[in-house]
Design a protein around this ligand. Sequence first.
Ligand code: COA
Length: 351
Amino acid sequence: MVKHSTVTSLVPMTDAEFVAYVEAAIPAYAHDKVLSGQWAEAESLVLARQEYVQMLPLGVGTPDQYLYTMRAGPAQEPVGVLWYAIQEQAGKRQAYVYDVLVHPEHQRQGHATRAFEWLEREASARGLAGIALHVFGHNTGARDLYTRLGFAVTNVNMFKPVAGAVAAGELQEAPALCTERLLLEPLRRGHAEEMFAVLADPAIYDFLDDGPPASVEALRDRYTKLETRCSADGSQAWLNWVLRLRGGEAIGYVQATIDPGRRCYVAYLLSPRYQGQGYATEAMAWLLSHLAEEHPTPVILAVVEVANAKSAALLRRLGFEEAAAGQPDSRGLTPSERLYVRPGAAAEERS
Ligand SMILES: CC(C)(COP(=O)(O)OP(=O)(O)OC[C@H]1O[C@@H](n2cnc3c(N)ncnc32)[C@H](O)[C@@H]1OP(=O)(O)O)[C@@H](O)C(=O)NCCC(=O)NCCS
């Protein structure tokens, strides 16, 4: 439910706020264009910067462009941004929303809703015909918001990868998926640099056999294999997603490996800086429901070091149970590892 306890004010953006906004918006916009398959990653930052410079050559003083900082609370703290332009379309003047964003810590408190309510009054007072905007298909949260606000879809771009595109390395990005706080991006070789930084933290390896990747190149080679999403002989499915804070940095990954016997092994890794905030639970709950819908298997398995109490607790919260001693396991556990088991959707269907 949208909370109406606070007032959201729309205050014209200052020059200093504009500089900070554009510097953060360029990589976020470039990233969305890559995810939607419109731009290649290598060129995306340059193209995004060019678009911002062309659109807003005079910053906040660019004619017909209106940039606001959303402010709220007793201290009128900045909570987000609204940028719209007045444009003519088919002979009618309309407000075109180029950007709306609410900083992650202030989301789901009704700020965007109230900003749009304000804009609707503003558009009406200016004699405009309506409000238009574009939203990326993968941005399900924003699409929910617009549907709720009464926007109707006017155009839909579609894409379907063709057979062989994966092997040729030509696959347009499978759409990223969202949870409340995370984007789940299908892992690609292009993630290597960013993930190398995440995986470099030695604290990650307290409960893992291996250590940090040797180099960005080594990680890129590994990701080049993983992004095909199956083993070379086609017998195993390798499903990997990078976890990204919405509009922010990569913080870990989740993975599922489905073997020819339809046993599905899941695993996750979260940067220690982001542990203890429910992100792993949020991502793994998403993974389990995604597997149930898209890759149902009779059983889901996870291997955990016996000393890794936090991971074991997370698995139990998600419905896993420690397997009885002696249960067959294709991976050959070490003495310090434990197998956790949960029925998969294919098992549930039968019951
Ligand atoms: C999209 C965005 C602007 C929404 O801002 P917000 O202030 O959190 O939105 P509100 O609190 O007004 O949300 C109202 C309703 O919209 C829907 N909604 C908003 N964000 C959602 C999300 N992440 N997931 C699902 N539904 C969402 C919900 O129905 C929500 O009501 P609820 O909280 O009672 O469930 C914010 O998530 C954001 O800044 N995202 C990153 C930038 C972005 O994607 N901008 C849109 C560009 S087109």
